[in-house]
Design a protein around this ligand. Structure first.
Ligand SMILES: *[C@@H]1O[C@H](CO)[C@@H](O)[C@H](O)[C@H]1NC(C)=O
Ligand SMILES: *[C@@H]1O[C@H](CO)[C@@H](O)[C@H](O)[C@H]1NC(C)=O
Ligand SMILES: *[C@@H]1O[C@H](CO)[C@@H](O)[C@H](O)[C@H]1NC(C)=O
Length: 440
């Protein structure tokens, strides 16, 4: 199963789309120099950048480091492999949930130009699962200084101007000049990466500037994707009654009043809660005739099996809704995007559910179920979604079938907040975790 998933809402069948594809990255072994005094400054700098913004007591410490250096012109590029130790944390004012001591393996690339440092790459993962293979493809083309084929003279000027537009469009503010220049280098790298993903994508999806373009891949994963889905199977649900009818060629619950506006989960890994409320909103509408926008915050605060902003699973959330006694509305229990004390009140609950079901992995059956019963909660492999700018509204949609998917990243992501994915090929694992609440 794909390790990083986003949970969202399947709500329509449309007759055409672009299949998304992903290829494993190339990996290769390389010889590394032993640590030397020359590494002291770049290592100190990388660690400082890693710990930037962290409160005392939560900063990672360096355990071991190896590195190598390449020189060109006035600059030196240090590639570092470091073992970092993250301290345990039990203080709820500092870390949202208790975390135990963690050892990470990180790859850093630090550019030193006449004593001025810049972090060009940061990629960390748990020491036991992290591959130590070098993955330098992402950043090499961003460095005119070190590149064998020099980039056009105006590359950085152009990039600066695109970045400036980005900052205006998405109203970004940075705490310091260093932060701004770091974000700009992240942005430039993401642009290069987007071009590479574009080349891998067989379809018409367009990758480029999005509101996440100043986040590193790792930050994006941590904040927006769903870590709990990685290994937790969650509660078992009974299988839904199979549907034997053939799905209609086209179906869109948005045209039938079953779908609320696109919401925004903010800097919180709560996609699971949005996916579930979206499904329950649709179920309630179809069974009771009223479309109500329902509370994700209630699930963040009161569903103790899931982990609020650190991820969760729809199967657990349905269970929590039943045990709590229903869902309040968005107005009564508004979204804050962080864990708070549970303040659910049964009297305010406007909606209940009686059960939940797991749906077929066969997309034809899934489509038939959707058209008959309403929007479905699904999880998809979120590869490339950080860079997905928009898909052109092209006529080619009539050629291949696709799913219409509602995400919870605001309307300034994707196509007005929606995503269209090829239907019938298991694209992005869309069929692996489909479920729905049941209202009797
Ligand atoms: C990293 O970059 C070097 C120099 O461009 C190249 O020779 C090497 O194959 C690259 N390694 C990987 C894993 O892509
Ligand atoms: C832009 O950001 C600032 C500071 O975060 C905020 O006060 C302001 O309301 C934002 N403006 C818009 C249009 O979002
Ligand atoms: C469904 O749940 C509601 C609220 O808990 C309950 O009142 C109702 O009787 C249940 N329906 C069935 C058929 O069990």
């Amino acid at each position: 199963m794909a390790p990083w998933l986003q949970v969202l809402l399947l709500l329509g069948l449309l007759p055409a789309a672009a299949p998304a594809s992903s290829k494993p990255r190339a990996a290769g072994a390389q010889a590394w120099e032993l640590a030397s005094p020359e590494l002291r400054e770049p290592v100190r700098f990388a660690l400082e950048m890693y710990n930037r913004g962290r409160a005392a007591g939560t900063r990672a410490a360096l355990e071991a480091v190896r590195g190598r250096v390449r020189r060109a012109g006035r600059g030196s590029l240090y590639s570092l492999k470091a073992t970092l130790v993250e301290p345990p944390c039990n203080d709820p004012t500092v870390c949202q949930l208790p975390v135990s001591k963690k050892t990470l393996l990180c790859s850093f690339e630090v550019l030193d130009e006449l004593g001025k440092h810049m972090l060009l790459r940061r990629d960390c993962g748990p020491v036991d699962t992290k591959s130590t293979d070098d993955k330098n493809e992402t950043f090499s083309s961003f460095l005119p200084l070190l590149n064998k084929d020099p980039l056009p003279q105006d590359f950085s000027v152009k990039m600066a101007s695109i970045f400036k537009d980005f900052v205006t469009t998405y109203n970004r503010t940075y705490d310091s000049k260093e932060e701004a220049s770091w974000r700009m280098s992240v942005f430039a790298n993401n642009m290069v990466r987007a071009q590479k993903i574009q080349a891998l994508d067989r379809g018409t999806a367009q990758y480029g500037v999005t509101k996440f373009s100043d986040l590193t891949e790792e930050e994006f994963r941590t904040i927006y994707l769903n870590p709990l889905l990685k290994d937790a199977p969650g509660r078992n649900m009974r299988l839904a009654q199979p549907i034997t009818t053939v799905p209609p060629p086209q179906w869109d619950w948005r045209n039938k009043g079953a779908v609320t506006d696109v919401k925004d989960q903010g800097m919180c890994g709560s996609c699971w809660a949005f996916s579930v409320t979206g499904n329950v909103e649709g179920q309630w509408f179809l069974k009771r005739g009223t479309l109500l926008s329902l509370s994700e915050q209630e699930l963040l605060d009161c569903d103790k099996t899931d982990k609020a902003c650190l991820g969760g699973l729809p199967s657990n959330a349905y269970s929590a809704i039943r045990n709590l006694g229903g869902l309040e509305t968005e107005d009564d229990y508004s979204y804050r995007g962080r864990l708070q004390t549970c303040s659910f009140s049964a009297e305010k609950a406007k909606v209940y559910i009686n059960d939940s079901v797991e749906l077929s992995k066969n997309e034809q059956k899934l489509a038939a179920w959707l058209a008959k019963n309403g929007p479905i909660s699904v999880a998809i492999n979120a590869f490339g979604m950080q860079s997905l700018a928009h898909r052109p509204r092209c006529a080619a949609r009539s050629a291949t079938p696709f799913w219409a998917i509602k995400n919870s990243w605001g309307t300034d992501w994707g196509e007005e907040g929606y995503y269209y994915l090829h239907r019938g090929s298991g694209a992005c694992g869309v069929n692996i975790m489909a479920s729905s609440a049941v209202i009797d």
